[in-house]
Ligand binder design. Structure first.
Ligand code: SF4
Length: 84
C-alpha cells in the first residue's frame, strides 16, 4: 500500500521534511486536461510509514485504501507525475 496526496495539498512541506524515503516532490502534472500543482508521492519509493498523513495540516494525504470515490483518481495522478 502507498500513500497518496490529493488536491487539498497546500504545499506545507511538513510531509516532505518528514518523509524517510524522500518520496515526496513538488511540481505539476496534467491529466485528462486538468493541471495539478501540488506535492506528489512516488509510489515506487513510498514505504507506507504514514508519517506524511499524520503531519499534513490540510488532511490532504491518505493511504490508498482510504481514498473516497471523489479522490480515488489521485492514486493515478500521483503516479503520473513521476512518469512524465
Ligand atoms: S507514507 Fe512515509 S514513506 Fe510514504 S510518502 Fe508518506 S512519509 Fe514518505
Amino acid at each position: 500500500m502507498v500513500y497518496v496526496i490529493t488536491s487539498a495539498c497546500a504545499k506545507d512541506e511538513l510531509c516532505v521534511d518528514g518523509c524517510p524515503e524522500e518520496a515526496i516532490s513538488s511540481g505539476t502534472v496534467t491529466v485528462d486536461g486538468t493541471t495539478y500543482d501540488q506535492f506528489f508521492i512516488d509510489p515506487a519509493k513510498c514505504s507506507d510509514c504514514g508519517s506524511c498523513e499524520a503531519t499534513c495540516p490540510e488532511t490532504a494525504i491518505f493511504a490508498e485504501d482510504d481514498l473516497e470515490s471523489d479522490t480515488k483518481q489521485f492514486k493515478a495522478i500521483n503516479a503520473a507525475f513521476f512518469k512524465q
